[in-house]
Design a protein around this ligand. Structure first.
Ligand SMILES: Nc1nc2c(ncn2[C@@H]2O[C@H](COP(=O)(O)OP(=O)(O)O)[C@@H](O)[C@H]2O)c(=O)[nH]1
Ligand SMILES: [Mg+2]
Length: 345
């Protein structure tokens, strides 16, 4: 009997080291080059990422949008130069910006919303926000069921919703609880404590603890949701975030000051400058890193696989299994395949 000799394999375009003993024995297949292939694809096409800011009027939502665009996220994007005073936000408004780093393009869109809770009757005041979120799912679904569907569907779905909490030091308002309860069913909610510079360190730490407790008691699932931890590593990492970091206490500003010879984003007070991106001063940089550096892909996946999927299933059920759209009823259409979450769109 002749000995089994592994066939010579074509040399991979990107040589990578075999990772396990098994692959050593069988010869190198090149499965691990998928990472490089995905990287190249993402570099070519780029990706969309959409953040929404929601909360009571005057909590600094519009300021934080500017902070995000002016901070290190987009220093590389030279065209951002919004110096004018922020007007009161009166409608839902999306501000988009293409940011490029290391050859990868991200189209970051921040959706600014008008404050709520100012009216005498605040009943159902989450409806316009929920409507906007669902409209984006509907747009995506319509594109998906289209016979001649685009190779890459533009993604306007809200991947993460920053919910601004007033720095009262007291309990959450019933309206906050109601609002988050409704929204957490349709979108990834990340609670943040606004204007953290108005609290002392002790107040901040106590308030963070209290908010966590109240969210738990009221059964509000914020992101990263426990039930979607995929393995022990996820669980350990996310437990720490859920039990210690949340809700991030942030400070926003779009003004720059000179500190130790460096220009920094900050708020000038009679006692000194609060540096927005300094971790000793507030948790803005922590929040930004959490959303962009460590959890961006997961936020996109949970949006696609959980929130969008729930919407899609409900929509198709309501329509007797047929894709949505009045004109489509009664027409023979191909089945709607569930698309995998686009890693490299
Ligand atoms: N102390 C403090 N004031 C802030 C902060 N962020 C924004 N502001 C101020 O709060 C006011 C309302 O801000 P704005 O961004 O329009 O709030 P929005 O209604 O939530 O969009 C403005 O005067 C801001 O300068 C912050 O982090 N700390
Ligand atoms: Mg505003």
């Amino acid at each position: 009997m002749s000995e089994l000799v592994p066939e010579p394999r074509p040399k991979p375009a990107v040589p990578m080291k075999p990772v396990s003993i098994n692959s050593n024995l069988l010869g190198y297949i090149g499965i691990d080059t998928i990472i490089e292939q995905m990287r190249k694809k993402t570099m070519k096409t780029g990706f969309d990422f959409n953040i929404m800011v929601v909360g009571q009027s005057g909590l600094g939502k519009s300021t934080l949008v500017n902070t995000l665009f002016k901070s290190q996220v987009s220093r590389k994007a030279s065209s951002w130069n919004r110096e004018e005073k922020i007007p009161k936000t009166v409608e839902i408004k999306a501000i988009g910006h293409v940011i490029e780093e290391g050859g990868v393009k991200m189209k970051l869109t921040v959706i600014d919303t008008p404050g709520f809770g100012d009216q005498i009757n605040n009943e159902n005041c989450w409806e316009p926000i929920e409507k906007y979120i669902n409209e984006q799912y509907e747009k995506f679904l319509k594109e998906e069921v289209n016979i001649a569907r685009k190779k890459r569907i533009p993604d306007t779905r809200v991947h993460c919703c920053l919910y601004f909490i007033s720095p009262t030091g007291h309990s959450l308002r019933p309206l906050d609880l109601e609002f988050m309860k409704h929204l957490s069913k349709v979108v990834n909610i990340i609670p943040v404590i606004a204007k953290a510079d108005t609290m002392t360190l002790e107040e901040k730490s106590e308030f963070k603890q209290r908010v966590r407790k109240e969210l738990e008691v009221n059964g509000i699932e914020f992101y990263p949701q426990k039930e979607f931890d995929e393995d022990l590593e996820d669980k350990t990492e996310n437990d720490k975030i859920r039990q210690e970091s949340m809700p991030f206490a942030v400070v926003g500003s779009d003004k720059e000051y000179q500190v130790n010879g460096k220009r920094v984003l900050g708020r000038k007070t009679p006692w000194g400058i609060i540096e927005v991106e300094n971790l000793n001063h507030c948790e803005f940089a922590l929040l930004r890193d959490f959303v962009i550096r460590t959890h961006l892909q997961d936020l996109k996946e949970v949006t696609h696989n959980i929130h969008y999927e729930t919407y899609r299933a409900k929509r198709l059920n309501d329509n007797g299994g047929l894709p949505p759209g009045e004109g489509l009823l009664g027409t023979v259409l191909p089945p709607v395949p569930a698309t995998p979450c686009p890693t490299a769109e």
